[in-house]
Ligand binder design. Structure first.
Ligand code: ZN
Ligand code: ZN
Length: 405
């Protein structure tokens, strides 16, 4: 059987998240907030899922660059693996630093910093946009002459390490604090305390921060999240708010030079008023929002089910036809949008159920192309439209425990 064993990363990470949760609880610490953890996992699920489609492209790019532009003819040896690790980590430092210092890159990286908690779920909070930008930076490796197979193996190891530095349960690590990026160093990176801003960019080795003057020791207790917290659980808003803020500010700027300065300059050039203006336009907050156990249960079970689907889907990737892969991806993305919208207590989540139903019908018809299926699906849809107002009220009462039209 041709299984994709990389799927085992899902239960592996979940086990560590569970252990961290238990350790924190045993020590009487509240390192996990429900909404925050769910949104972190949602962003991570989307990235894992979309990676399935992008990994092949990345490998193709590395392979093309290696075959056409490689400067040196590098053969695999222990020393070269060490050299590759150091090169990868050095490029990461600059990719990460520029992700904070250049607006267009910050648009993708900002999502990783939105969480106001700091635990293993935060490490999952990486978007597919970030994966694209990172791959662009690492494209220098095949040009140097490192073989693509060597690079992808290294990126797997290099990608695993940062998972373990997103935790508050581990204190300082003695001598390792001088060489490696430790949880303490990365806590500083995620903090919004003024003295901690734009510091500790390293991924595996802390030496780059020390060399380029961006290192700071953890002393004061960090306050996590953005300097201007997002205060939204919306999956879509988290992904796109800063892109919209940048575009809005570029549109407002006079002349091409100023417009380019917004996009390629420091994120500080983005109009500070843009967030408020765009929130008023796109993010209608629910003034009656209350947190109910019913809502939590519905969101929690959807995420648990999604993680199970994701794991099986990744494991059996080679056996799933492309059309079904696209359908499952759509279904999962709709579910993540649904979970975010439910936590914001939006009434339009009801219409998302139509979209999920439609995707399920199309996938069903692909697997069982019998005319009875679309007929039955259409009949159910027409009945649902006919009783829509009752259905909607019933659904929203079920999810939120109350109904306000
Ligand atoms: Zn960062
Ligand atoms: Zn991080």
């Amino acid at each position: 059987m041709h299984l994709n064993y990389l799927a085992l990363a899902v239960p592996f990470f979940l086990t560590f998240i569970g252990l961290e949760y238990l350790v924190a609880r045993k020590n009487g610490k509240t390192y996990f907030k429900f909404n925050d953890s769910i949104t972190n996992l949602s962003v991570g699920i989307a990235e894992r899922l979309l990676d399935m489609f992008t990994v092949g492209i990345f490998y193709f790019v590395y392979d093309y660059l290696y075959r056409h532009f490689a400067i040196f003819d590098i053969k695999s040896s222990v020393l070269l693996w060490v050299a590759l690790l150091i090169c990868t980590d050095f490029i990461w430092y600059w990719y990460h630093r520029l992700a904070h210092e250049v607006t267009v890159f910050w648009c993708a990286h900002v999502v990783h910093h939105q969480s106001e908690e700091f635990n293993y779920t935060v490490s999952a909070r990486i978007t597919v946009f970030q994966a694209f930008i990172r791959t662009g930076f690492w494209a220098i490796l095949p040009v140097i002459g490192f073989p693509p197979a060597m690079i992808t193996s290294m990126l797997l190891v290099h990608g695993l390490y940062p998972f373990f530095i997103h935790t508050r349960t581990i204190g300082k690590l003695g001598i390792l604090e001088y060489i490696l990026v430790t949880p303490s160093h990365h806590r500083v990176h995620h903090a919004s305390n003024p003295q901690y801003l734009d510091k500790n960019y390293g991924d595996v080795f802390i030496i780059w921060d020390k060399l380029f003057g961006t290192f700071v020791k953890e002393e004061e207790e960090p306050v996590y999240g953005l300097t201007k917290p997002l205060e939204s659980n919306s999956f879509l808003w988290q992904h796109f708010h800063f892109i919209l803020e940048m575009l809005y500010s570029a549109r407002q700027a006079k002349g091409w030079r100023n417009k380019l300065r917004v996009v390629f300059g420091k994120p500080d050039n983005v109009d500070p008023e843009a967030r408020k203006i765009l929130e008023d336009k796109f993010l209608l907050r629910n003034p009656h929002a209350t947190e109910t156990p019913k809502l939590f249960n519905y969101v929690l079970w959807q995420i648990v089910a999604t993680l199970m689907v994701l794991f099986s889907f990744l494991l059996l990737e080679h056996y799933v036809p492309v059309f079904i892969q696209v359908c499952v991806t759509l279904l999962i993305l709709l579910t993540l949008i649904n979970c975010g919208a439910i936590m914001e207590q939006k009434n339009w989540v009801f219409y998302l159920e139509y979209a999920r139903y439609l995707v399920l019908c199309v996938a069903g018809y692909y697997c069982w192309p019998h005319p009875a299926l679309p007929c039955a699906a259409a009949l159910i849809m027409i009945t649902a439209f006919y009783f829509q107002s009752h259905l909607k009220e019933h659904y929203l009462r079920l999810v939120y425990g109350y109904y306000r039209s």
